[in-house]
Design a protein around this ligand. Structure first.
Ligand code: ZN
Length: 149
């Protein structure tokens, strides 16, 4: 278990330092801002939708290692997925980082490396910021997301 934990930590550190899908997306269909004032994480998420499919997504901003890694892992996971699939991932991810009981996380793929934040309640908002921002964008909301509203 400790080996697994180390592997997970390495993945988080790697994605925190070298985030994937980081930058502007010129042909984005929608852009949403997210803010976690408790930690100072700021995120701008760009989505390119083709009908029901998330053809591409990228993010910009500045945040702690957890929020950056979580955003990076999320963009990797959701590229090419449909909107309902992405919203289902939101629910599973949210459950994983907020509930005590363990459940089958195999469907979450690499995202399960974030499960450890459950033990650090202050970091849960860092890990879920990208996901709340995504959900707001997919629901067609226009107001920026804040974890403290
Ligand atoms: Zn943070």
């Amino acid at each position: 278990m400790s080996d697994l934990r180390e592997l997970y930590q390495e993945l988080i550190i790697d994605h925190g330092r070298r985030p994937r899908n980081f930058g502007a997306l010129e042909d984005a269909s929608c852009t949403m801002h997210g803010n976690n004032p408790l930690c100072g994480d700021k995120l701008t998420l760009h989505l390119k939708l083709n009908g029901d499919i998330i053809e591409n997504l990228k993010f910009e901003g500045s945040g702690c290692a957890i929020s950056t890694a979580s955003s990076s892992l999320m963009t990797e996971q959701l590229k090419g997925k449909t909107i309902p699939e992405a919203l289902a991932f939101f629910d599973k991810f949210h459950d994983m980082v907020t509930t005590e009981h363990s459940f089958d996380t195999s469907e979450l793929g690499k995202l399960k490396v974030m499960a450890g934040v459950r033990e650090f309640p202050a970091r849960v908002k860092c890990a879920t910021l990208a996901w709340h921002t995504l959900r707001a964008a997919l629901h067609g909301e226009t107001e920026a997301v804040s974890t403290e509203s």
